[in-house]
Design a protein. Structure first.
Lengths: 358, 471
C-alpha cells in the first residue's frame, strides 16, 4: 500500500508517468495544430475577402451597366471565368433578393447560363448546401427551374422544403397555390404565422385554392387554420358566409379562433351569430376572438353580454371585452366604471385612452 | 491512524483525477459537438435573407424586457440602441426597479415620457408598480416605475405588462446588435415547439461603441477583461453550442434570451429568491414541460449578439463569480429531483449530472485536490515529477480547450478582425491557466460556501458607460 500510495519506484508509476508525458505531448501538439488551423482559417478568410473585392471591382460596374442596358450582358458573361460560375451566381443573388420587376428579370437572364451547375447541389448530403441551391434556383431560376424548386418542397429536410415553398409563393404566386397548399402539412413544426405569411404571399389570385383548403375536411385542422388566417389577411369578403357556417360547426380551438378572426375582417352583422356561440368557450383565446369579432359585427344588443365579460377571469378576455364595449357604443359604461372602486378601473381607463387615440 | 489518513488522501487524489478526466472529457465532447454543429450552422446561415424576412413579415411581435437598477450612466445609450433594432414589430419595456439614482429622470428627459394607463396582463406576484410611462417620441418605448424587488421581480413585472407572445429578457447594460432579434427569432419560426432561446454574449470592453452600436470590435487592454473575452467564447461557442447539439440547454443567459410569455407565466415567472434566476427559470421550464408531456425545445443560437460590459477589477469579478456559483447551486439543489432521473431524458441523465457533479461540486473537489496534492507531495508520498506531470496535463488540456474556442470563433463569426488580436487571444489562452483559472476556482469555492452558509446579495458593478469602452 505504502508503495502504491507513493507512486514511485513501481512499474505502475512509470507507466502512469509515461502516459502523462505522452498526454502532455499530444495536447501540446493539438494546441499547435489549433493555432495553425486558426491562422489557416484566417488566411482563407482574407483570401476570400480579396477574391470578393476583385470580383466586385470586375463585375460590379458591369452589372450596373447591364441593369441599365441588358444588351451589355455578353460583355459581363465574357468576364466570368469558367471556374467562377458559381461565384457569379453568389455575387448576383443579393442583388436579386432586393430587386423586382425588369431588374430582376435582367438578373435572372444574367444567371441563366450558369444555373444548371447548381442542380447537382440539390442532392448534396448537407442540408445547408441543398438549401443554398434551392435559394439560388428559386430566386434566379424562375420560371425556368420551377419543376426543380417544386420538387424541393419534398426535400427530406423541412428547412429546405420551407425555403422552396416560400420562394415559390413569393416568386410565382397563385400559380403554385395547389402544390403549396397541399404541402403545408409538411411544415407542422413551423410556427403558424410563418405559414400564413407564405400563403398570403401568393396574393388574391390564390384565394380559390386557399378557400378549398379551408373547406376541405380532409385537410389537417392546422392547415385549415392557416388558410383562414390567410383569407383574413387577403380580406376575402366572399369567404364570410362559409367561414360563419364553419365557425358554428367546428370545435378545434385553433381553427375556430382563426375563423373568428377571418369573420372579424370580412364578416357582416349577419355573421355575428357565429361569434356569439363561442363567447363562453373554454379556451381564453377563442373567447377573446369571439368578443373581438362581436365588437366588429355585433350591435347594441350585444352590449350587455360584453359588459358581463368585463369580469372574466382572463385579462385578455377582459381587455377584448372593454374594447368591444367601447366600440359597440358603451363608452359611457366604461367612463362610469373608471370612477368606481372596480379593480378593473385602470383597464377601463387604459382602453378609453387607447381607443380615443385610434 | 496515520496510515488511514494516507489511504483517504490516496482515494481523494484518485477522485480528483476522476473529476479532472470527466470534466475535461465533457469539455472536449461539447467542443467537438459544437464544432460539427457550428460548421453546419455557418452553411445554413448563408440562406438567411434578413432583408426579405424583415419585409415580408411572419416575424412575431416581441417585447424587450429590461430591468434597470441605478443605471443612469448607460441606460439612455442602451435604450437608444434598443429602439434602433432591425425588427418589424417590437416594444421596449424598461422596468425601473426602485433606482435610487437618476435613472427614471434620465429616461424621462431623454425620451419625453408621459404617465399613461396600462394594466398588467399577467398575474405573477411582484413589488408594486408605481406608474407606467410611455414615450411621446417613441410609441413603442414604455417604462415601468416600480418599488425595488430585485432583478427577477423587475423581470416579472415586465412579463406581467407584456402583451406579445414572446418576450426578450435582457440586461439594461446590454447592447444588442441591430439584427439580433431577427436572428434569434428564427428557431421560434422553424420549430413551433421552441419555448426559449438564448443568443451569444460577447464582451464589449475594448470595442468602440457609437450611438448604441458596436462600431469596431477590439480586445480590451485590461488583462482580466481579456481573460473574460476568451472565457465567453469558450462558454458560448464550445459549451452552449455543444449542449444545444445534445438538445440539453440548461442555461439561457439573463443578458439576452427570448421566451414564450404564456409558458413563463404558467410556470410562475422568474424566481425571486435566487441570484441565478435565469438558470433557475430554464431548469424549471424544462421540468414544467417534461412533467406535463408538452413537446418543447430550448436552444442556443450562436449568431445573434448581445454585447455586455465585463468587470475589470478582481474585486468586482470575484463578486460576480461568487454570485454565479450561488445561482448555479440554488438552481440545481432546488430541482435536484431531476438528477439522474430518466423521466427527464438526456437532461436528467447527462446535462444535470454534469452541472451538479462537475460544475457545482467541482470547485470544491478541485481546490481540495490542490491541497491534497500538496500534502502528499510535502509528505514525500508522491513523486514531484508525477505531480508536475499531472499538472502539466491539466495545463496543456486547458490550453487546448481555450485555443479551440478561438478556432471556433475563426471558423464561424470572425469578430476580431486583426491578426494581432488572434495572437493576443492565443497568449491569453496559455496565460489563463497560470493563475486565472485557479482564482476562478477560489471564487467559486467562496460562492459554494456562501451558498451553504446562506449568505446572499448581488454586489455592485460600477459601469463606465459604453462610449468609454473603446481601446
Amino acid at each position: 500500500m505504502e508503495r502504491m500510495l507513493a507512486f514511485t519506484g513501481t512499474p505502475f508509476s512509470d507507466r502512469v508517468l509515461l502516459i502523462l508525458v505522452l498526454l502532455i505531448l499530444v495536447f501540446l501538439a493539438l494546441a499547435l495544430l489549433l493555432v495553425g488551423l486558426t491562422f489557416l482559417l484566417r488566411l482563407r478568410t482574407e483570401r476570400d475577402a480579396r477574391l470578393w473585392a476583385r470580383l466586385q471591382s470586375e463585375w460590379g460596374p458591369l452589372l450596373l451597366e447591364v441593369l441599365d442596358d441588358p444588351d451589355r450582358l455578353g460583355v459581363l458573361w465574357g468576364r466570368v471565368r469558367e471556374e467562377d460560375h458559381l461565384l457569379f451566381l453568389e455575387f448576383i443573388l443579393p442583388y436579386a433578393q432586393r430587386m423586382g420587376g425588369r431588374e430582376l428579370d435582367t438578373l435572372r437572364g444574367a444567371a441563366e447560363p450558369f444555373l444548371p451547375e447548381v442542380l447537382h447541389h440539390l442532392h448534396h448530403r448537407q442540408v445547408g448546401t441543398r438549401a443554398r441551391a434551392v435559394q439560388i434556383l428559386g430566386t434566379l431560376g424562375l420560371p425556368g427551374f420551377v419543376p426543380e424548386v417544386k420538387a424541393a418542397i419534398q426535400d427530406p429536410s423541412p428547412f429546405v422544403a420551407a425555403i422552396a415553398a416560400r420562394l415559390l409563393a413569393h416568386g410565382l404566386g397563385a400559380e403554385v397555390a395547389p402544390d403549396l397548399c397541399r404541402s403545408l402539412s409538411r411544415f407542422k413544426a413551423f410556427r403558424i404565422w410563418y405559414l400564413v405569411d407564405m400563403v398570403t404571399a401568393m396574393g388574391p389570385d390564390a384565394i380559390p385554392v386557399i378557400r378549398e383548403n379551408l373547406l376541405s375536411l380532409d385537410m389537417p385542422t392546422r392547415t385549415r387554420a392557416v388558410a383562414a388566417h390567410a383569407l383574413a389577411a387577403l380580406r376575402d369578403l366572399g369567404s364570410a358566409d362559409f367561414a360563419s357556417e364553419l365557425a358554428l360547426e367546428e370545435d378545434d380551438p385553433e381553427l375556430v379562433a382563426a375563423l373568428l378572426q377571418l369573420l372579424s375582417q370580412v364578416g357582416t352583422a349577419k355573421h355575428a351569430a357565429a361569434a356569439r356561440v363561442h363567447l363562453d368557450a373554454e379556451e381564453f383565446f377563442v373567447k377573446a376572438a369571439a368578443i373581438r369579432t362581436l365588437a366588429e359585427l355585433g350591435g347594441e344588443e350585444d352590449l350587455p353580454t360584453l359588459i358581463e365579460k368585463l369580469t372574466d377571469a382572463s385579462a385578455w378576455v377582459r381587455m377584448a371585452a372593454a374594447r368591444g364595449v367601447y366600440r359597440l357604443g358603451g363608452k359611457g359604461v366604461l367612463l362610469a366604471l373608471t370612477g368606481s372602486r372596480d379593480p378593473a378601473a385602470p383597464l377601463f381607463r387604459q382602453v378609453l385612452a387607447e381607443e380615443a387615440g385610434r | 491512524m496515520k496510515e488511514g489518513l494516507w489511504v483517504v488522501l490516496f482515494f481523494f487524489n484518485g477522485l480528483v483525477i476522476l473529476y479532472f478526466l470527466l470534466l475535461n472529457g465533457f469539455y472536449l465532447a461539447t467542443s467537438l459537438f459544437a464544432f460539427g454543429s457550428l460548421k453546419r450552422y455557418a452553411v445554413r446561415l448563408k440562406t438567411l435573407d434578413l432583408e426579405r424576412f424583415l419585409r415580408t413579415g411572419g416575424a412575431p411581435p416581441i417585447t424587450l424586457v429590461s430591468p434597470a437598477f441605478n443605471e443612469e450612466a448607460t441606460l439612455e445609450e442602451a435604450v437608444r440602441s434598443l429602439l434602433s433594432l432591425n425588427y418589424p414589430e417590437f416594444e421596449v419595456l424598461i422596468c425601473n426597479d426602485g433606482s435610487t439614482d437618476r435613472t427614471l429622470q434620465v429616461l424621462a428627459e431623454a425620451f419625453n415620457l408621459e404617465p399613461v394607463e396600462r394594466v398588467p396582463m399577467g398575474d405573477i406576484p411582484t413589488a408594486p408598480v408605481r406608474r407606467v410611462y410611455r414615450s411621446r417620441r417613441y410609441p413603442n418605448l414604455w417604462v415601468l416605475d416600480k418599488e425595488n424587488g430585485g432583478k427577477a421581480d423587475a423581470l416579472n413585472a415586465g412579463i406581467n405588462f407584456c402583451r406579445t407572445a414572446f418576450f426578450c429578457a435582457m440586461d439594461a447594460d446590454t447592447v444588442l446588435e441591430r439584427d439580433a432579434l431577427l436572428r434569434i427569432v428564427r428557431p421560434f419560426l422553424e420549430d413551433s415547439g421552441t419555448v426559449a432561446a438564448g443568443g451569444i454574449i460577447r464582451v464589449v470592453n475594448g470595442c468602440k461603441v457609437r450611438k448604441g452600436q458596436v462600431e469596431e470590435v477590439g480586445l480590451p487592454r485590461n488583462l482580466l477583461a481579456r481573460f473574460q473575452v476568451l472565457e465567453y467564447l469558450r462558454a458560448f461557442l464550445a459549451g452552449r453550442m455543444g449542449w444545444d447539439a445534445l438538445d440539453s440547454t440548461l442555461i439561457v443567459s439573463g443578458a439576452f434570451g427570448i421566451f414564450d410569455r404564456a409558458l413563463v407565466v404558467s410556470a410562475g415567472g422568474y424566481s425571486t429568491d435566487t441570484v441565478g434566476e435565469d438558470m433557475e427559470l430554464v431548469v424549471r421550464l424544462h421540468r414544467y414541460c417534461r412533467e406535463r408531456g408538452t413537446p418543447y425545445r430550448i436552444g442556443f443560437v450562436p449568431d445573434p449578439v448581445a454585447w455586455t460590459e465585463c468587470p475589470e477589477t478582481v474585486k468586482v469579478l470575484g463578486r460576480q463569480r461568487d454570485r454565479w456559483q450561488r445561482g448555479l447551486i440554488e438552481s440545481l439543489l432546488r430541482h435536484r429531483v431531476m438528477l439522474l432521473n430518466p423521466r427527464y431524458g438526456r437532461l436528467g441523465l447527462l446535462a444535470f449530472p454534469y452541472f451538479f457533479f462537475l460544475e457545482m461540486l467541482g470547485p470544491l473537489v478541485e481546490s481540495f485536490g490542490y491541497l491534497a496534492f500538496l500534502a502528499t507531495l510535502l509528505a514525500g508520498r508522491a513523486s514531484a515529477v508525477y505531480v508536475a506531470a499531472f499538472l502539466g496535463v491539466a495545463f496543456a488540456l486547458g490550453m487546448v480547450l481555450s485555443l479551440s474556442a478561438v478556432c471556433l470563433e475563426e471558423l464561424t463569426f470572425r469578430r476580431y478582425p486583426r491578426k494581432r488580436e488572434l495572437i493576443l487571444l492565443f497568449f491569453v489562452g496559455v496565460l489563463e491557466n497560470l493563475g486565472y483559472r485557479q482564482l476562478n476556482t477560489y471564487w467559486r469555492v467562496k460562492g459554494t460556501l456562501s451558498s451553504l452558509l446562506g449568505k446572499g446579495g448581488w454586489g455592485v458593478m460600477a459601469r463606465k458607460g459604453f462610449e468609454s469602452s473603446g481601446p
